[in-house]
Design a protein around this ligand. Structure first.
Ligand code: DQA
Length: 145
C-alpha cells in the first residue's frame, strides 16, 4: 500500500521558519520520521511539497485508485483552499490532516479548516511526533478493515 504525504505552502523552509512555532526540524527530518513509521508498518511512502495549490490538487487526483491514503499538512491552504477540499472529496482512500502546531490555539483565522470535513481525522499540535502518529493512524485504520 502506498501512502502519499503532502505538504503545502511554506513548509519547505521548516527549520528556519518561525522555529518558536514550528520547531527546528527540517521537512526532510519530518519526512524521514514518517518514512520510518511507514517502513515499520510495511507501507510505501511518497512525498511532495509545493507552494502551489494546483500541484497538491494534481497530486491528490493522481493518487486516486493508486494510493491507499493521503496524509496532508496543507500549511495555510488548510484555511481556504476549496479546490484541495474538492480533490480530497474525490479521493476514495484514507485522508489524515496533519499540523505541527495546534491551529485551534492560534489566531482565529486558523481555526477553520476546509480539509477537516473531508478528512478521516486530524493530528495537530504534537510537532514532529505527529508525522509518526499520522502514519500509525493510517496503519491502524487499514488493520481494522
Ligand atoms: C500549519 C498550520 C497552518 O495554520 C500554517 O499556515 C502552516 C503550518 C502547521 O503545520 O502547524 O503553514 O499547517
Amino acid at each position: 500500500p502506498v501512502v502519499l504525504l503532502l505538504h503545502g505552502a511554506n513548509l519547505g523552509i521548516l527549520g528556519e521558519r518561525q522555529p518558536e512555532v514550528y520547531g527546528s526540524a527540517t521537512l526532510e527530518d519530518h519526512v524521514a520520521r514518517a518514512r520510518r513509521a511507514a517502513d515499520a508498518h510495511g507501507l510505501d511512502l511518497e512525498d511532495l511539497q509545493s507552494n502551489h495549490e494546483g500541484d497538491l490538487v494534481d497530486a491528490v487526483l493522481a493518487a486516486r485508485g493508486r494510493c491507499t491514503a493521503v496524509i496532508v499538512n496543507p500549511g495555510a491552504f488548510t484555511h481556504y483552499a476549496w479546490s484541495l477540499h474538492d480533490a480530497l472529496a474525490a479521493f476514495d482512500g484514507i485522508v489524515v490532516e496533519l499540523h505541527l502546531s495546534n491551529p485551534a490555539s492560534r489566531e482565529a483565522w486558523r481555526h477553520a479548516s476546509v480539509v477537516a470535513p473531508v478528512a478521516d481525522g486530524t493530528v495537530a499540535g504534537f510537532g514532529g511526533l505527529g508525522y509518526q502518529l499520522a502514519v500509525d493512524a493510517v496503519a491502524g485504520l487499514l488493520e481494522q478493515r
